[in-house]
Design a protein around this ligand. Structure first.
Ligand code: C2E
Ligand code: MG
Ligand code: MG
Ligand code: MG
Length: 286
């Protein structure tokens, strides 16, 4: 499967091959300015409940509007932020901005659970738990309306510390999701110990579902495994109707992907979300 080969290849890093070193150095420098200069932007991507076909969740995804380079995607700067310690400020900005948007949507009658991506580096901050709980309380957002997405690989890095911290978040009422599930080589023993609510299957297993029987087998067994462990399943990377219907038929709870909606600024998403609410109203009355 070509997607999975590609995923392995990007991990083989050699400086001689890095033609973007100059651009990278300038990104390291410019990123320091990005938050104070207001260059970060938050987009949101809906997740659809496959049972009711309604949008019940949205994931916050950061973008960087660079003054000369234009839109820099997160895959090009999150790892820099992690290496330079700027991920601490970045995650906090994302978190506060997402809580504000939660409240803004509530005022417009849009009730969504908001997911925020948390980096492995954040899990090492000694006041991370305090910050998260404090800001949720200050924004008066119910904890169960927030999902923390933690990648499988960041949990594998230091399982004991991750388990302890995630358990505290879970006790506080937040939902915990294991992002990019299937790419991080966690063992079943680790998975069993993780205080989480859901597995989010990586898009590389979902994008080619229609024509890749191996992916179908993997996804079917993952859904079964998750359900046997009392966990919900989210699939990301739904790009066609086949994947959407297949996942619904196989009991997957939530779906996210370009076929449903691309990540968009809240301003652009709101009319679409309101239209979905109207359609539901009409359907309920018929
Ligand atoms: P992720 O958390 O796994 O997010 C899903 C990524 O898949 C997003 O890319 C989303 O736009 C993309 N995606 C969703 N549906 C589809 C689809 O149907 N097809 C395809 N081809 N792609 C789809 P994005 O926004 O570029 O983000 C990439 C990664 O950057 C995220 O992966 C996450 O690991 C990281 N990231 C984004 N925002 C944040 C953030 O605020 N904090 C942290 N720590 N990481 C972030
Ligand atoms: Mg995510
Ligand atoms: Mg993911
Ligand atoms: Mg990912």
């Amino acid at each position: 499967n070509s997607t999975r080969e590609k995923r392995k290849l990007v991990q083989i890093y050699h400086p001689d091959l890095d033609v973007n070193t100059v651009e990278r150095l300038s990104l390291i420098n410019d990123l320091k300015q990005a938050i104070p200069a207001g260059e970060l932007e938050l987009h949101f991507q809906p997740k659809m409940c496959l049972k009711t076909k309604t949008v019940t969740h949205a994931e916050a995804l950061v973008r960087w509007q660079h003054p000369t380079l234009g839109m820099v995607p997160p895959d090009n700067f999150i790892h820099i932020a992690e290496q330079t310690g700027q991920i601490k400020a970045l995650t906090r900005w994302v978190f506060i901005t997402a809580l504000d948007q939660y409240n803004a949507w509530q005022e417009q009658g849009i009730d969504l659970n908001i997911a925020i991506n948390v980096s492995a580096e954040n899990l090492k901050e000694n006041d991370f738990h305090h910050f998260i709980c404090q800001s949720i309380m200050a924004a008066k957002v119910p904890a169960e309306k927030i999902t923390l997405e933690v990648t499988e690989s960041s949990v594998v890095e230091d399982p004991e510390a991750a388990i302890k911290l995630l358990a505290e978040f879970k006790d506080y009422g937040m939902k915990i999701s294991i992002d990019d599930y299937g790419t991080g080589y966690s063992s079943l023993a680790q998975l069993k110990q993780l205080p989480v609510h859901e597995l989010k299957i990586d898009k590389s297993f979902i994008q080619h579902l229609e024509h890749d029987e191996d992916d179908q087998i993997i996804v079917r067994s993952t859904i079964e495994l998750a359900h046997n462990m009392g966990l919900h399943v989210v699939a990301e990377g739904i790009e066609d109707e086949f994947a959407l219907n297949w996942l619904a038929a196989h009991g997957c709870e939530l779906a996210q992907g370009y076929y449903i909606s691309k990540p968009k600024p809240a301003m652009e998403l709101t009319p679409w979300l309101l239209a979905q609410l109207t359609i539901q109203d009409v359907e309920e009355k018929v």
